[in-house]
Design a protein around this ligand. Structure first.
Ligand SMILES: Cc1cc2nc3c(=O)[nH]c(=O)nc-3n(C[C@H](O)[C@H](O)[C@H](O)COP(=O)(O)OP(=O)(O)OC[C@H]3O[C@@H](n4cnc5c(N)ncnc54)[C@H](O)[C@@H]3O)c2cc1C
Length: 304
């Protein structure tokens, strides 16, 4: 209930205005978003690299409505790739297709994506296409398949909460696409997504077991110790070595677990979001964990 409500609030322009202009909430959001510009993201990336983790930089933004905004996002991504290379950082980028103009048409979006993936290919780097709400799930595969046909420097995301994901994985493995497996952060109806967490978790493990033996370098993105233990145990049983896949976690979440995995010899990548448009991302993080909301509300009341 609360999760659905928070995800609905994420669409409210009025709430967005209030939350993003309030000093307390802005400070609090820094727990999940290190800053509003690339410099802040690069600083966080350097810290993660020093701690033995790679990163993926995500310029926050979605559902742009003009070609100019789509082009601005494209240029920000090529700039981020250039800076990662210039500073010799261990990092790549993650982006959303609606940030590159998917709402303006497949062609517009594909044009911007091509510029970013060409830059990544030239630099020997990699672009991850995030997965958004189900309104885009049908359109994203066509884009990612086309992009994958053009370069191996692009990968995608599969959400375990969708019934269709097993079939999508089978398709994507035939084109040797690198996949990030997540549970799914959006509110979806029971016609297309498992409503119960335990079914999502069971599907996550089933999908992880399809990905790991494929011989392709995939990412297991979760903060859930049960999913992580199931992955390490499965890899151990199958003799899949620790450098054949990576764990991914979000900036500021379960940093204890991130460090433990590095200590245990696993590869860990931290997803670092940055930018001014942090409100929907922030709301999705609150929705994932109601305890965050309580903590946030207490701080707000105390004016901290
Ligand atoms: C690197 C990365 C990229 C992602 N990309 C996408 C994407 O492209 N599309 C998409 O739909 N979703 C994406 N997600 C979000 C994902 O779908 C889940 O919503 C999110 O990861 C929470 O699920 P979980 O696997 O951590 O398990 P959960 O069962 O939700 O959480 C397990 C435990 O992790 C901790 N935890 C989880 N979330 C939080 C939080 N917000 N604050 C504090 N503690 C928390 C808690 O201890 C919790 O008990 C991404 C997640 C990661 C890690």
């Amino acid at each position: 209930m609360l999760r659905a409500l928070l995800l609905e609030f994420a669409k409210s322009t009025r709430l967005r205005r209030w939350i993003t202009s309030n000093g307390t909430t802005r400070r609090w959001a820094q727990r999940f978003v290190p800053g509003e510009d690339l410099a802040a993201a690069l600083q966080a990336a350097r810290r993660s690299n020093q701690a033995g983790m790679s990163v993926s930089l995500d310029l926050l933004g979605e559902n742009v409505l003009t070609r100019e905004d789509a082009a601005r996002a494209r240029d920000a991504y090529t700039n981020a790739l250039n800076q990662i290379a210039a500073e010799n950082l261990d990092g790549n980028v993650s982006l959303k297709l609606t940030h590159l103009g998917l709402d303006l048409g497949d062609e517009c979006c594909a044009e911007q994506l091509r510029v970013v993936t060409e830059r990544a290919t030239a630099l020997g780097n990699f672009v991850r296409v995030d997965m958004e709400g189900s309104a885009y799930t049908d359109r994203t595969p066509a884009n990612r398949k086309q992009a994958r046909a053009e370069t191996a420097a692009v990968g995608t995301v599969i959400q375990a909460f969708l019934y269709r994901s097993e079939k999508d994985i089978e398709d994507l493995l035939t084109i040797r696409c690198r996949i990030r497996l997540v549970k799914g952060a959006y509110q979806e109806p029971p016609e297309i997504a498992f409503p119960r967490k335990r079914d999502v978790d069971a599907n996550y493990i089933k999908l992880m077991q399809l990905l790991l033996p494929s011989g392709i370098y995939h990412a297991i993105a979760t903060h859930d110790p049960k999913m992580i233990d199931a992955t390490t145990e499965f890899a151990r049983q199958r003799g899949i070595s620790k450098d054949k896949f990576e764990f991914q976690m979000l900036y500021g979440i379960r940093t204890d677990l991130q460090s433990r995995l590095v200590r245990d010899g696993y590869r860990v990548r931290v997803y670092i979001p940055f930018g001014q448009d942090w409100f929907p991302y922030f709301m999705r993080r609150l929705a994932e964990r109601p305890a965050n909301l309580l903590f946030f509300a207490q701080n707000l009341l105390r004016g901290r």
